[in-house]
Design a protein around this ligand. Structure first.
Ligand code: ASP
Length: 276
């Protein structure tokens, strides 16, 4: 569906969502949309994406930030990435043990020296995990894509990864082309099983399909279908936005928490059925 600029689309992960968790997830997505959208007034799509993701990280409702799941050794390791379409600037952080992964990723993007960093350099010595608690709903990775009034597209994703993962395991979320991707044509954020997503690079595939003339809707559907054909169901969900303000979401899981807000005054939030 096409929306007037600026547009912000967010997700709270694709997975086996429980009906009982729906309300809490929708409320948090809705607030993340508002917080992110507010940033368009003073900032750009970068701020909108970061603020929306940061709100979801802090909420503890999703598997990101304070809601991050623990690895097999009992501690959290977060991954995140962000990309700016017009400049192709990227920042990705892996294995961060405290703080905001999306903010660290943004720091790396602005430093403009490297694309990917591991978390150890960013951990402070007086670590305090008391604020960390595991996600209480069936929520998952969080992500956002935005298009601002200047036509700039930005994509970001943040996650605690997969429960019980080995220490040091890195998923798709900090990897451009896998967990997120942005160009001057599209912005995409993925969620699902990193070990599968990393083999397909679905966010990059969507960009290729759109540059070949596919609509964002067809591109997302084609890529999700391809993953389903190759690996079966229950492993991926994606949100996407093109340079005209067309937004879409597809997933092959039971549900995906997601929502959109735009200058048309539209705000839609779903976990199960519904077109954004
Ligand atoms: N894609 C994330 C990972 O594999 C997890 C998720 O999206 O739920 O780390």
């Amino acid at each position: 569906m096409r929306y007037n600029l600026p547009v912000l689309v967010v997700h709270g992960g694709a997975g086996s969502w429980q009906i009982a968790d729906q309300d809490k997830a929708k409320l948090t997505i809705s607030e993340a949309l508002e917080r992110g959208y507010y940033e368009f007034r003073k900032g750009s799509a970068i701020e909108a994406v970061v603020e929306a993701i940061y709100y979801m990280e802090e909420s503890g409702v999703f598997d990101a930030g304070k809601g991050s799941v623990r690895n097999s050794a009992g501690y959290i390791e977060m991954d995140a990435g962000i990309m700016v379409g017009n400049t192709l600037q990227v920042g990705g952080i892996m294995g961060l043990r405290e703080g905001s992964a999306i903010k660290k990723a943004l720091e790396i993007l602005f430093q403009n020296r490297h694309v990917l960093m591991i978390g150890s350099n960013y951990n402070s010595s007086n670590s305090n995990n008391s604020a960390i608690y595991e996600s209480k709903v069936s929520g998952d990775t969080v992500g956002a894509v935005a298009l601002d009034q200047h036509g700039n597209l930005v994509a970001g994703t943040s996650t605690g990864g997969i429960k019980g993962k080995l220490p040091g395991r890195v998923g798709d979320s900090p990897i451009p082309g896998a967990g997120y991707y942005a160009t001057s044509n599209v912005a995409v954020s993925s969620t699902g099983i990193g070990e599968i997503i990393l083999r397909i690079l679905p966010a990059k595939e969507v960009d290729i399909l759109v540059s070949l003339g596919f609509t964002i809707d067809d591109a997302l559907r084609a890529v999700v279908n391809k993953v389903t054909k190759t690996f079966g169901k229950d492993n991926i969900g994606m949100i996407g936005l093109d340079k005209y303000g067309n937004a879409s979401a597809y997933y092959n899981t039971k549900g995906m928490a997601r929502g959109v807000i735009s200058s048309d005054g539209v705000k839609k939030v779903y976990v199960f059925e519904g077109d954004i």
